[in-house]
Design a protein around this ligand. Structure first.
Ligand SMILES: NC(=O)c1ccc[n+]([C@@H]2O[C@H](COP(=O)([O-])OP(=O)(O)OC[C@H]3O[C@@H](n4cnc5c(N)ncnc54)[C@H](O)[C@@H]3O)[C@@H](O)[C@H]2O)c1
Length: 321
């Protein structure tokens, strides 16, 4: 019986939360991750250690390897009856993608094709993909809707996610693989990647160090709490059919200067802000229209930014002890 869920990037921030949730719910999970050093791999190993507390060995298997290694992938597809792929492994982060565009395309596009090829070869026909709000680039019309044109991503990262969506759509048309692409909007919460704004700002403010602000603080982001994202992914996992794209966001825009003010209040500390020029690749705003994901997935974000930041800081303080 096909009953394994193949989660790529399962040692990462979102992946480790998802795997924990799936094993707690009784799913059988294969984790594939190369534990790369985009941020320190010991963090990813600690994530896996945490997740392992919730599953027995016969329900959770961890594989260390690269999605660019076809033999590695085929071995796993050959040895396990896989029901569904949840593909989260990627090189993430906008700014770094300007430095490493080729590597971003290799991992995010060719890596995705490798897994699709395995799905085709081993008859796996359910696939959930982690896409990104970055595909919307500098679109002016807000909130961003799944029907909007996404032909002008502002960074190689956004372009790689858009390209992956294109090849997913092609594999759906050619081979009938059911595919859901989820466009995540800035996800935060415990275990968030250390270079992401909220995590970085909390760390720097706590250490009395300058926080870099690119631009004048009026750029806006739609921040989505990790538990809400996980609810959205789990719902998508249960409903994958056809070829669908959904936004998963909180659908509220928080300006950078508002975010800093909230963090100052929660940390009881004044931030030392260092204003720097706008960075190319960055966009002025992200803002999700979630009408479609609400309707089809029952997606209903529950954790407002004030509460989410509080939870993040609690986790951060605990971790630093
Ligand atoms: N965090 C966000 O705000 C956000 C927003 C939009 C989209 N996403 C997407 O969600 C997914 C997860 O993001 P995250 O924040 O958890 O990032 P993350 O870096 O914590 O997780 C990605 C994981 O993939 C693994 N990985 C990278 N390249 C690999 C390769 N070649 N082979 C095998 N494993 C590899 C990494 O080691 C890492 O553990 C990514 O696809 C990302 O692009 C995240």
């Amino acid at each position: 019986m096909k009953d394994w869920y193949f989660v790529t990037g399962g040692a990462g921030f979102i992946g480790s939360h998802l795997v924990k949730r799936l094993v707690k719910d009784g799913f059988k999970v294969l984790v594939i991750d190369n534990f790369n050093e985009d941020y320190p791999s010991f963090i990813k190993r600690a994530n896996i250690k945490e997740v392992k507390k919730y599953a027995s060995n016969d329900k959770l298997k961890i594989f260390e390897g690269d999605i660019l290694d076809i033999t590695f992938l085929e071995d796993i597809f050959n040895n396990f009856q896989i029901k569904q792929v949840i593909h989260l492994a990627a090189r993430a982060g906008v700014r770094r993608s300007l430095k490493f565009p080729r590597s971003y395309f290799e991992v995010n596009v060719i890596g995705t094709i490798n897994i699709l090829e395995c799905c085709k070869k081993f008859d796996v026909n359910e696939f959930v993909f982690a896409s990104s709000s970055s595909v919307y680039g500098g679109n002016k019309k807000v909130p961003f809707s799944e029907d909007d044109r996404v032909d002008t991503p502002a960074s190689p990262y956004g372009a790689s996610k858009k390209s992956a969506e294109l090849i997913l759509s092609t594999f759906h048309d050619l081979y009938g693989i059911n595919i859901t692409s989820l466009r995540f909007f800035t996800v935060y919460g415990p275990r968030q990647r250390p270079e992401m704004a909220i995590h970085k700002f909390v760390r720097l403010i706590s250490e009395d160090r300058n926080i870099p602000v690119f631009g004048d603080g009026t750029s806006g982001r739609d921040y989505t709490y990790i538990d809400d994202i996980i609810e959205g992914i789990v719902s998508a996992i249960k409903k994958v059919k056809g070829y669908k794209i959904y936004n998963l966001g909180d659908s509220r825009v928080v300006l950078l200067k508002e975010l800093i003010k909230m963090l100052e209040e929660l940390l009881h500390k004044k931030a030392k802000v260092e204003y720097l020029p706008y960075q190319s690749g960055d966009v002025a705003i992200t803002y999700a229209d979630i009408t479609k994901s609400k309707k089809d997935l029952g997606f209903e974000p529950k954790i407002k930014i004030e509460e989410g930041l509080k939870r993040f800081i609690d986790w951060f303080v605990q971790k630093e002890k």
